[in-house]
Ligand binder design. Structure first.
Ligand SMILES: [Zn+2]
Ligand SMILES: [Zn+2]
Length: 371
């Protein structure tokens, strides 16, 4: 339902009250009707449901003193003074015609009354364009500038989007004086619509650009360089303002939204700003302690593993994760130690381990109480 349809409705009639009804009368009338027409009381009755909604709309306006005054005023201006409903075809007595512009405030009045703004018939912003990139793991961690190939509407390379032959300029449309909209006299009321001469652009082109025939845009491939911020994660989106489709008639272009995929790394995993790695150690290294060489993205480091280190223990190496950027702190490298059990043993190894087992009198399973 648009505004004029709303204004056509006589809300006083809908509620069955007089135009000078008090707030209390309106409330009473609404309650009575709402009870009678409530869907619970009229299951499956479409007519009752429609009327119930209508009564709610009417009450929404008439119960608010400000909206009620605006509604009365708008109806008066519409010439529905008799409050009989319907659009009169004629005009005010004496043949005075009313245009939206003449009232200035009437448009706002519509907006205030029904919560909507005025419709934008003029130049439309360009659409957003979506694209995807797949980054290497390290590119995502360190940030990168990567080329992105796009194909789609772009500002014409000959006229740079003006639509006019190079060396000439579009001129303001004489029909609408550059506004892009015209107001047609429609009986009493002026209706705004896109200008037929310039199709809402607000300008006309006498000598169109030969490349785009005056459209100002062309389909072409273009290469963009997209700056990927440090530490971007898989699934993130990057918005490039104004890199989407060109807008109509000089309206701003849409945005380019780039969805980022990050390839996995053969060694490292990632948890937010932290990197993770699993390093196997032998039983002897875990038991006796060792110094482990651990790879990081910036070259190997030495990690001290203390004697008696348990399988799965995680060591935090500060500052070797995703670098910090802006307000984001840098992450750490989380090194998980995994005790590897040899699948094959030499005869000597077997002998030593048997001897070790016979010396070891503390079973790790005493707490189970089954020995
Ligand atoms: Zn062009
Ligand atoms: Zn025009």
């Amino acid at each position: 339902m648009n505004n004029s349809e709303y204004l056509e409705k006589d809300f006083y009639k809908v509620l069955g009250v007089s135009r000078d009804a008090s707030a209390a009368d309106i409330k009473k009338a609404y309650r009575k009707l709402a009870q009678k027409l409530h869907p619970d009381a009229n299951p499956g009755d479409k007519t009752a449901e429609e009327r119930f909604k209508e009564v709610g709309r009417a009450y929404g306006v008439l119960s608010d003193p400000k909206k009620r005054a605006e509604y009365d005023e708008a109806r008066r201006l519409l010439g529905a003074g008799a409050f009989g409903g319907g659009f009169p075809g004629g005009g005010f007595p004496g043949g005075t015609r009313v245009r939206v512009e003449d009232f200035g405030g009437l448009g706002d009045l519509f907006g205030n009354l029904f919560g909507g703004g005025r419709s934008q018939t003029a130049a439309r912003r360009g659409r957003d364009v979506e694209s995807e990139v797949t980054l290497g793991f390290e590119e995502a961690v360190r940030g990168a500038t990567i080329p992105l190939q796009l194909r789609g509407p772009a500002p014409c390379h000959t006229c740079h989007g003006s639509g006019a032959r190079p060396g000439t300029l579009p001129r303001p449309c004489p029909t609408c004086n550059g506004r892009g909209t015209v107001t047609r006299d429609q009986g009493l009321f002026g209706l705004s619509s896109p200008c037929p001469t310039c199709q809402g652009r607000g300008s006309v082109i006498d000598d169109p650009c030969p490349t785009c025939n005056g459209r100002g845009s062309e389909i072409r491939s273009r290469e963009l360089r997209v700056r990927i911020p440090v530490g971007v994660s898989d699934g993130a989106t990057i918005r490039l303002k104004g890199q989407g489709e060109p807008g109509q008639a000089g309206a701003p272009a849409g945005d380019l939204i780039v969805k980022v995929h990050v390839s996995p790394h053969p060694l490292f995993g990632r948890q937010g700003q932290d990197l993770t790695i699993t390093v196997p150690v032998t039983f002897a290294e875990a038991a006796l302690g060792t110094e482990l060489k651990v790879p990081t993205l910036d070259g190997p480091i030495t990690l001290k593993v203390p004697p008696g280190t348990q399988n799965g223990r995680v060591f935090r190496v500060r500052g070797r994760g995703v670098p910090g950027a802006g307000r984001k702190h840098g992450g750490d490298l989380m090194v998980a130690v995994e005790v590897a059990v040899p699948e094959k043993l030499s005869r000597k190894e077997r002998e030593l381990l048997r001897e070790f087992a016979s010396l070891s009198d503390l079973s790790p399973r005493t707490h189970l109480g089954v020995e």
